[in-house]
Design a protein. Structure first.
Length: 444
C-alpha cells in the first residue's frame, strides 16, 4: 500500500509544472484559471446529462449518454489535476487519471459506431403512435418487471453495504499496519543514530589509545638504544639479541600506532575538497620512493592523469600506500613494473550514478588469491608473515577509508603469481558539505 501511495503521490524526485513556468504569476494564473474553468464546465455537462436521463426515462441510448457523461467528467478531472500539478508534482496520480480517461474515451468512441445504424432506424411520429398503442398493453408486464428489478436492486444494495463494511475493515487493518511500520522505521532510525555515535566514540577511543601509546613506546626505544649503546660490550650475545628483538618490536608497534592514528583521523568532516592534480601527486610520491624504486631496479609508468575534486593530503596518502605495496610485494628475483592510468566514465559513479574517474594501479608482483580481495581492506589483515614482508596490516584499510571519504569505491583484482590491479573510482564532483536533514549535498 505504501508503494502504491509513493507511486501516485511521491514527489521527492519531481518538480511541479509551475517550476517549468519559472513560477511566473501571470502564466500560473492563466493556466490555473483556464484549467479551472474548463474543469467546472466539464463537470456541469455530466450533471445536465444525468438530469436529462432522469427526467426522460424513455430516452434511448442511455448507455451511450452515460458513457458521454462519464467521459466528459473524466476530462474535467484531467484538467483539474493539470491545475493541481502547477503546484504539486503528483505525476503518478495524474498518469493514472489520464489512463482512466483514455480507457473511457476508447469505450465511448467504440460504442458510437454500433449506435449509428440504430439512430438511423428510429421510426417516425406515425410509427411511434402505433408503437405506443402496442406498448400500452405491455405496461402491466413491465411494471411487474420493474418490481422484480427493484427487488434485485435492493439485494444488490445490501451486498454493496456488506462489501463496503468489509473494505472499511481492510482499510483499518492497513492503517494499523502503516502505523506499525512507522514505529519500526523510527526505531531503526534511532538505532542508526546510536550506531553512528558509537562508531564516532570508537574512533575517538582509537585516536586517544594510539596517541597515549606513543610516550611509553618512545621510552622503550630510547632506553633500549641506551642499553645497547652503553652496555653492548658487557652484555652476552644472547642478551644483545633480546635487546634487538625488543627494539624491532617497539619499532613495529610504533608504526602500528601511527597508522592507527592516521586511520582514526580520516573522517569526512576533516576533508577540504579542492581540485587535485593526480599527475602531480603521483610524481611527488614517485620522488619520495625514488630510492626504493632504484634499489629494486623497478619501473613506474604514469599515464595521463586528470584533475579530481578531493582532499590533496588524503589522495597523496592513498597513492603512497598503493605504490609502496606495488613495489614491496614482489618476488625476490623479479624486477617490479608498476603502471598508473586513469579513465573517465560519463556515468555509473558509486552512489550518484554520475561521471567518475577510474584510477588503476597495476603491478607484476606476487599477487594474491581473488577470494582474499575483500579481506585485504580490513584492518590488521595480512596475507604474508612479517618474516616475508614488513608492514602493519593497516595500509589498505587506510586506502579504503580515504576512498569512502571521497564517495568512491576501491576493489582489487588478482591471482597468485600474476600481479594485482587496484581500481579506484572517484566521482568528478564532490559535495562541499553534507546536510543529512535535507538529504542534499552542495557540490563542487
Amino acid at each position: 500500500m505504501q508503494a502504491i501511495y509513493e507511486y501516485l503521490f511521491g514527489a521527492a524526485s519531481f518538480v511541479p509544472h509551475g517550476y517549468c513556468l519559472a513560477w511566473r504569476p501571470d502564466l500560473i494564473a492563466i493556466h490555473a484559471l483556464s484549467d479551472g474553468v474548463i474543469a467546472v464546465s466539464y463537470f456541469s455537462i455530466p450533471i445536465a446529462l444525468i438530469l436529462l436521463l432522469n427526467k426522460r426515462e424513455d430516452l434511448a441510448f442511455k448507455r451511450t449518454f452515460g458513457l458521454f457523461a462519464l467521459f466528459i467528467f473524466a476530462c474535467g478531472v484531467t484538467h483539474l489535476t493539470g491545475m493541481i500539478m502547477l503546484w504539486e508534482p503528483y505525476y503518478g496520480a495524474q498518469g493514472m487519471i489520464k489512463l482512466m480517461t483514455a480507457l473511457i474515451s476508447v469505450i465511448t468512441a467504440i460504442s458510437l459506431w454500433p449506435m449509428l445504424p440504430k439512430v438511423l432506424a428510429l421510426p417516425g411520429p406515425s410509427q411511434l403512435r402505433a408503437m405506443n398503442e402496442r406498448l400500452a398493453d405491455e405496461i402491466s408486464d413491465k411494471n411487474e418487471a420493474q418490481i422484480q428489478l427493484h427487488n434485485a436492486y435492493s439485494q444488490m444494495e445490501a451486498q454493496v453495504v456488506a462489501r463496503t463494511r468489509e473494505l472499511q475493515e481492510v482499510n483499518q487493518r492497513l492503517k494499523e499496519d502503516v502505523q506499525r511500520r512507522t514505529l519500526l522505521e523510527e526505531e531503526l532510525r534511532e538505532k542508526a543514530e546510536l550506531l553512528t555515535a558509537t562508531n564516532a566514540e570508537l574512533e575517538r577511543f582509537a585516536y586517544v589509545a594510539s596517541h597515549d601509546l606513543q610516550e611509553p613506546l618512545r621510552k622503550i626505544q630510547a632506553f633500549s638504544d641506551l642499553l645497547k649503546r652503553e652496555y653492548e660490550n658487557d652484555l652476552p650475545e644472547e642478551a644483545l639479541q633480546y635487546v634487538l628483538i625488543m627494539q624491532n618490536a617497539a619499532h613495529r608497534m610504533n608504526k602500528q600506532t601511527k597508522d592507527i592514528l592516521t586511520l582514526s583521523r580520516l573522517s569526512w568532516d576533516s576533508i577540504k575538497f579542492a581540485s587535485v592534480d593526480l599527475a602531480e601527486v603521483v610524481e611527488e610520491v614517485e620522488f619520495d620512493l625514488a630510492e626504493r624504486i632504484e634499489e629494486s631496479g623497478g619501473k613506474l609508468e604514469i599515464g595521463d592523469l586528470p584533475l579530481v575534486p578531493g582532499d590533496r593530503t588524503q589522495i597523496r596518502l592513498l597513492m603512497q600506500n598503493l605504490l609502496v605495496n606495488a613495489f614491496k610485494y614482489r618476488a625476490a628475483d623479479s624486477t617490479p613494473e608498476v603502471k598508473v592510468n586513469a579513465t573517465l566514465h560519463e556515468r555509473g559513479a558509486p552512489g550518484t550514478g554520475g561521471a567518475y574517474v577510474e584510477l588503476t594501479i597495476q603491478d607484476n608482483g606476487i599477487g594474491f588469491n581473488q577470494e582474499d580481495a575483500e579481506r585485504i581492506f580490513s584492518i590488521f589483515q595480512r596475507l604474508h608473515g612479517r618474516s616475508e614482508f614488513d608492514g602493519t596490516g593497516i595500509g589498505l584499510a587506510i586506502c579504503k577509508k580515504i576512498v569512502e571519504n571521497h564517495n568512491g569505491a576501491i576493489e582489487a583484482v588478482s591471482s597468485r603469481g600474476e600481479g594485482a590491479i587496484f581500481k579506484i573510482q572517484l566521482p568528478t564532483s564532490q559535495p562541499t558539505r553534507r546536510n543529512n536533514d535535507a538529504g542534499r549535498n552542495e557540490a563542487i
